[in-house]
Design a protein around this ligand. Structure first.
Ligand code: NAD
Ligand code: GLY
Length: 365
């Protein structure tokens, strides 16, 4: 496999590259300069990530002739807010950044979504580059152009589609990623196999130990294949009018679980892992797939260290928050349910009673 993998994402009459490599952040300033030639740029990050990787990126950009600003957001989902987006916009205005300016998001999904949202609205939209540093951001949030901030009444409720100029995915950044964040990101990797690619799912099953050890070749393979699948789906349905919704497998119940537990118990990927298992249980209940699908998902997720059981939470609260989700259409819940490993369908009209039956019966439905 080549040292640097390049994956093209085709969107709205243009395309951009995801470049995946070990220490690719060292090449990023030069490569960006070839695209946008020494413009004003702001690096948006947080102090943890900037402490590891920021100086290298900043110095590289200055050496290429960029006019560089840095803005550090406090760490945490609670700062993915309108207020922080406004702070970024204020800095850009005060520094006299114009419509040719670029925002570089250096961090996990929180930074990518927030900085991306600021880029989508500053002077009606400026260029964005994504430098994802968590597994979740590398396989999911940095690709496909969804950017957003949270509102007190709902997560990701204020947002836009704003595709980046490019994504530079540095595998080396994963060396400093805490174990829990690594494992949480793996849920999204499993999702790609489950919704799109049975062979990839089997590859994950066969390589659990290498994945847990973060062996570089296997890490490159799982990130590369995940990005290829996301690029394929986004290329066919950029604005989620159809098949892009498949990427929400496990997210309907996952989001409800995160909300009911006030975003304090589960990392996003952990809730998605539980959500995928229960989506599969619903599929078994409505006779859409065999119970072996639930078992295969459960076994792989468990081996990777992810949770698979519904905790003791109020079913009424889960149902209430399911109906507040963005995925509700005409008051009907929209679920992504598996037919088999590698194939899912978007199903409307699952009743609250079905959900209750499946969620209340933790095992062997
Ligand atoms: P995160 O951005 O909060 O990062 C997790 C933690 O890891 C943070 O403490 C961060 O400082 C730290 N960190 C990041 N990179 C590190 C590194 N290389 N070394 C050490 N520490 C590092 O969380 P996340 O899981 O990356 O992203 C979650 C967010 O992504 C949520 O807000 C979610 O809504 C969003 N998201 C967006 C999309 C999309 O399509 N836009 C898709 C999925 C999730
Ligand atoms: N993370 C889901 C999507 O990008 O559509």
């Amino acid at each position: 496999m080549p040292q640097v993998l390049t994956i093209k994402v085709k969107v709205s009459h243009r395309s951009y590259d995801i470049k995946i490599g070990n220490n690719i952040l060292a090449d990023f300033p030069h490569q960006l300069n070839e695209i946008v030639q020494g413009r004003q740029i702001i690096i948006v990050s947080n102090s943890i990530v900037y402490g590891y990787y920021g100086q290298q990126v900043k110095e590289g950009l200055i050496a290429q002739g960029f006019d560089v600003l840095v803005y550090l957001v406090p760490d945490g989902e609670e700062y993915k807010t309108w207020q922080e987006a406004e702070n970024i916009l204020t800095i850009l205005l005060e520094a006299g950044f114009n419509r040719d300016a670029v925002i570089a998001a250096l961090g996990g999904g929180v930074i990518g979504d927030l900085a991306g949202f600021a880029a989508s609205i500053y002077q009606r939209g400026i260029d964005l580059v994504q430098l994802p540093t968590t597994l979740l951001a590398q396989v999911d949030s940095s690709v496909g152009g969804k950017v957003a901030v949270n509102h007190p009444l709902g997560k990701n409720m204020i947002g836009a589609f704003h595709q980046p100029l490019g994504v530079w995915t540095d595998l080396k950044a994963l060396n400093t990623l805490p174990e829990r964040e690594w494992i949480a990101g793996l849920a999204e990797v499993v999702k790609y196999g489950a919704i799109w690619d049975e062979e990839f799912f089997a590859y994950l099953e066969e390589n659990v130990q290498h994945i847990k050890n973060r062996d570089l070749d296997v890490v490159r393979e799982i990130i590369g294949r995940s990005c290829q699948i996301k690029a394929e789906i986004v290329g066919q349905d950029e604005k989620e009018q159809g098949i892009r919704a498949m990427l929400n497998f496990g997210h309907t119940i996952g989001h409800a679980l995160e909300k009911v537990t006030e975003y304090k118990i589960y990392r996003h990927g952990e809730a998605v892992a539980i959500g995928m298992v229960y989506a599969a249980k619903i599929a078994v209940y409505i006779e859409m797939c065999s119970v072996q699908i639930v078992e295969k998902l459960e076994i792989l997720l468990r081996k990777l260290g992810l949770p698979v059981e519904m905790p003791d939470v109020s079913m009424d609260l889960i149902l209430e928050s399911l109906y507040l989700d963005k995925k509700v259409r005409k008051k009907e819940l929209v679920f992504v349910l598996p037919r088999k490993i590698g194939q899912v369908e978007i199903i409307r009209g699952i009743t609250p009673q079905t959900i209750k039956d499946c969620l209340d019966r933790p095992r062997n439905i």
